[in-house]
Design a protein around this ligand. Structure first.
Ligand SMILES: [Zn+2]
Length: 254
């Protein structure tokens, strides 16, 4: 069996999405898109933006456009990759974590949000934002919106708040598998679907058989997807160590 979570595996997934009549779009368009079959390409660039550029190039070669959310921290915020991905036609968004960076101080956090957004906008237009899970901190970055409104900052959507997850299936590679929502501390939404697959091959087979949901929000972390064997082995090892830790954290917080 071939390795999963490689760019080659991801390319096969995208081919099956295209072949099965899904309209592929960015988050920005998804808000008003009315197609019956929809596949929204969202990417959280937590680290290794060079890998994000590789998935962005792969998608552009297939004529597909998605949204790439960048964090403000140095392991993500690298302008040459932000600009490179934007140049290919993809949407750039802000992957905010201001509340945890400011240790729960809401006033400092909103100022940090505004200045970070401004910095990101100096490299590309930004219309949408989505929160970074910060699994190892006690703050939920979404809580900042209990005090402020992102629309006041020219933001038209935050997927966690503006998508209806009773009609859109949330497909995430969290835990480096497609059924890993149970190992995620925060990066999960309540699922109204009775659909679950583990590997990319199973997902492709479900799509080809017409058994996958009609509307899907893909959320992938491009740092996990690589064709390079040593990097691939390292990512696999890290997930094997981190998943039990995250499960324990989730259990403790209940
Ligand atoms: Zn993240």
């Amino acid at each position: 069996m071939s390795r999963d979570f490689t760019l080659a595996a991801y390319a096969r997934l995208l081919e099956s999405i295209k072949a099965n009549g899904y309209k592929v779009c960015r988050v920005r368009e998804a808000i008003t898109e009315s197609s019956n079959k929809l596949f929204i390409l969202r990417h959280d660039v937590d680290r290794k933006p060079q890998n994000a550029l590789a998935t962005a190039q792969l998608q552009a070669d297939l004529g597909l456009m998605g949204t790439y959310y960048f964090r403000i921290v140095p392991e993500s915020f690298q302008p040459q990759f932000i600009e490179g991905i934007a140049r290919l036609g993809h949407e750039i968004g802000y992957h905010y974590e201001d509340l945890s960076l400011c240790k729960g101080d809401t006033k400092a956090a909103i100022e940090h949000f505004e200045s970070s957004l401004e910095r990101l906008r100096s490299f590309a237009p930004v219309d949408t934002v989505c929160m970074h899970g910060s699994p190892m901190t006690k703050w939920d970055n979404r809580d900042i919106w209990k005090h402020y409104n992102y629309r006041d900052f020219g933001i038209i959507a935050e997927p966690y708040f503006d998508f209806d997850f009773s009609t859109i299936y949330y497909l995430t590679d969290t835990g480096r598998r497609w059924d890993g929502a149970k190992v995620s501390v925060r990066d999960s939404v309540s699922q109204a679907f009775n659909f679950s697959v583990h590997s990319t091959q199973e997902l492709i087979e479900a799509i080809n058989a017409g058994k996958a949901p009609d509307k899907i929000l893909q959320n992938i972390h491009p740092e996990r997807w690589t064709d390079r064997p040593i990097e691939w082995a390292w990512e696999a090892t890290k997930s094997a160590i981190k998943n039990p830790t995250k499960q324990a954290l989730k259990y403790l917080r209940k």
